[in-house]
Design a binder for this molecule. Structure first.
Ligand SMILES: C[S@@+](CC[C@H](N)C(=O)[O-])C[C@H]1O[C@@H](n2cnc3c(N)ncnc32)[C@H](O)[C@@H]1O
Length: 201
């Protein structure tokens, strides 16, 4: 990601406590990348803990970093006013209470860790602008692409599982009214790629 992301571009990484500290350590200590914020996504309807040996997991963490050395990072995108407007005209805090992905977002098929549109939407509006190109290298069932389409961002999605790619394709088709060219593109595309609007750089 650091290789392909533009200098001072935003990087948002999701993780649970199992991995997020390691990722933060690598970003800071191996790559000297500037961490701007950590966001805590609190899930008020999290599943109960069946072992009863620990606290019920009800949070996920999002590291927001900028692709530049800590001391050099500058001019990163943060749409402060948009965030404030989305929070009743108060500064947006870094603790977001958003329920688990609703069923209505899974009607084209299930993905075990599909992010809710509400979470990705907030990240997208905070950290990108219209026309920006967004890369999700672990795109699952395509929430990032769906939200990017809604807000007129360009996108590239990478996902190894064909079933999840098909779900993503259906979600995008539904949103765009299947505006993609259906003819030869579909036939020529390997199953594990998603057809998308041609990106003109
Ligand atoms: C947490 S899920 C992604 C959720 C998705 N970003 C969303 O917003 O709903 C991670 C995904 O990464 C995919 N994945 C894991 N390793 C991969 C790899 N090496 N290349 C491509 N995809 C991979 C998994 O199949 C899984 O669907």
């Amino acid at each position: 990601m650091l290789r392909v992301l533009k200098t001072n571009g935003n990087l948002f990484i999701f993780g649970s406590f199992h991995c997020i500290f390691t990722i933060g350590f690598i970003l800071q200590n191996m790559f000297d990348r500037r961490i701007i914020s950590q966001i805590v996504w609190y899930k008020p309807n999290a599943q109960p803990n069946i072992t009863c040996r620990m606290f019920t997991e009800s949070t996920e963490f999002i590291i927001w970093a900028v692709n530049n050395e800590t001391k050099k990072a500058k001019n990163w995108t943060f749409n402060y006013e948009t965030m404030k407007a989305m929070n009743n005209d108060k500064q947006m805090r870094n603790m977001w209470e958003i329920p688990l992905t609703p069923r209505s977002e899974k009607k084209h098929g299930k993905h075990p860790s599909q992010k809710p549109i509400a979470v990705v939407n907030r990240i997208m509006l905070a950290g990108t602008n219209e026309g920006d190109l967004i890369l999700d290298p672990f795109s699952g069932s395509g929430t990032t692409a769906v939200v990017a389409e809604q807000h007129h961002r360009k996108w590239i999605m990478i996902e190894k599982d064909k079933t999840y790619n098909q779900i993503a394709q259906m979600r995008i088709d539904e949103l765009t009214g299947n505006l993609f060219e259906e003819n030869s593109i579909k036939e020529k595309s390997p199953q594990n790629t998603i057809r998308h609007r041609p990106y003109v750089g």
